[in-house]
Write a protein that binds this ligand. Structure first.
Ligand code: TXA
Ligand code: MG
Length: 364
């Protein structure tokens, strides 16, 4: 059975949070909001509880969990090798959506770190998350509270869709703030590595530690999740069931022209939807038979980030077979948005290549 607990996000009800903390201390698992997305928590030191998290999500055991803390003393229980850079980042960005990967201390079970000798730590800023950790008095391991491979949840309703009946409790405190997961930086490598772009742009993190950070292709959403024009590879990460076609690059008029061209090439008998920015939709004009989802404004990456996962889930509810979407500029929060869009995509195509594209080779 799953208990639903409701509270105000900004002034959390202490009794409600205590109840959730008790469940965690009894080795249960609880979904709770953070400023990024909802997490599914277990006390990081309880192996049996952490295993329940992997099972509930159907998550592969080698995919490590982020450990959430509410103050810096907890950090010392997780790692015994804390560099000056960690303190610099913690001072500037915690509490907030930054996860730091450092060397694991002996107290952290390997189950929690997916077998790695490294541990990922973050201090969330959401009042509910923060109070929950304080009331529990122990660090909480929490991946996003979705079934493995599904878009991350930004509302309690999303958690219910994926995990109701599989976990002990859900704290509902409304929508999360950012809508994309934390920025992850690995400080155990030299130079440090960006493992996942998020709300804090990599540029300001580099500035803080005074060092360059390596941005591997996979952090841009390239590589692993790539579906080349030659079809075959179908592993998608934030995958909606709807097949997402991502048009990359170009000014809004070019994008609109490319979309127009794509619409004419769509296979017959498929339900085609659009998930686009307001500006591009305007340039494209009305296509009455199509279902339209507005990502936000091209000039407001916060709006797009906030709406993205919710829209990915809506595409499935609306039974869109194919959804055409557009890329954004890869700077600041835009890098985080592009990483998610590319990972969720079935097919990526440059604006300039749309003309020569033939869907005969693509199995929709
Ligand atoms: O914003 C967030 O980070 C959210 C909220 C709930 O805090 N959490 C989240 O967790 O997105 P999850 O499990 O969906 O993504 C965690 C990712 C892992 O897939 C892995 O790539 C990386 O963090 N990670 C965790 N521990 C790591 C470690 N020890 N070494 C390297 N990467 C690690
Ligand atoms: Mg996740």
């Amino acid at each position: 059975m799953t208990i639903l607990l409701k509270t105000d996000p900004l002034r959390p009800d202490r009794d409600i949070i205590r109840k959730a903390a008790e469940i965690l201390l009894q080795h249960g698992i609880v979904a709770f909001p953070t400023e990024t997305v909802y997490g599914l928590g277990a006390v990081a030191f309880y192996e049996d509880a952490v295993k329940k998290v992997f099972i509930a999500k159907m998550r592969p055991l080698d995919n490590p969990l982020i450990i959430h803390i509410s103050d810096l003393t907890m950090l010392h229980e997780l790692s015994s090798n804390i560099s000056e850079d960690v303190y610099l980042l913690a001072k500037k960005f915690w509490p907030g959506p930054l996860t730091i990967v450092l060397h694991k201390g002996p107290k952290v079970p390997r189950v929690t770190t997916g077998g790695l000798e490294k541990v990922a730590v973050r201090m969330p800023a959401h009042p509910v998350a923060s109070l929950l950790i304080q009331e529990t008095g122990l660090p909480i391991a929490a991946p996003s509270a979705n079934l493995s491979g599904r878009p991350s949840p930004t509302t309690a309703q999303h958690v219910i869709e994926d995990l109701y009946g599989r976990i002990d409790a859900i704290i509902d405190a409304g929508e999360t703030i950012y809508g994309v997961e934390s920025t992850i930086v690995d400080l155990t490598t030299d130079p440090p590595t960006l493992l996942r772009p998020g709300p804090y742009p990599v540029e300001v993190i580099e500035e803080t530690i005074g060092r360059r950070i390596t941005i591997p292709d996979f952090a841009r959403g390239l590589g692993e999740a790539e579906v080349a024009l030659a079809p075959g590879v179908k592993y998608r990460h934030y995958a909606p069931r709807s097949k997402l076609v991502l048009v990359e690059g170009g000014e809004r008029e070019e994008v609109a022209r490319a979309l127009d061209e794509l619409l004419r090439k769509m296979p017959q008998g498929k339900s085609v939807c659009l998930a686009l920015t307001r500006e591009t939709l305007e340039a494209l004009g009305v296509h009455q038979s199509l279902k339209v989802f507005v990502l936000g404004s091209r000039n407001n990456m916060y709006e797009i980030a906030h709406n993205l996962f919710k829209i990915l889930r809506e595409l499935d509810r609306e039974l869109c077979d194919i959804t055409l979407t557009e890329g954004v500029e890869e700077k600041g929060l835009g890098l985080a948005v592009m990483n998610r869009l590319r990972k969720a995509s079935y097919l990526r195509v440059e604006v300039s290549r749309v003309k020569s594209l033939s869907f005969n080779q693509v199995p929709f």
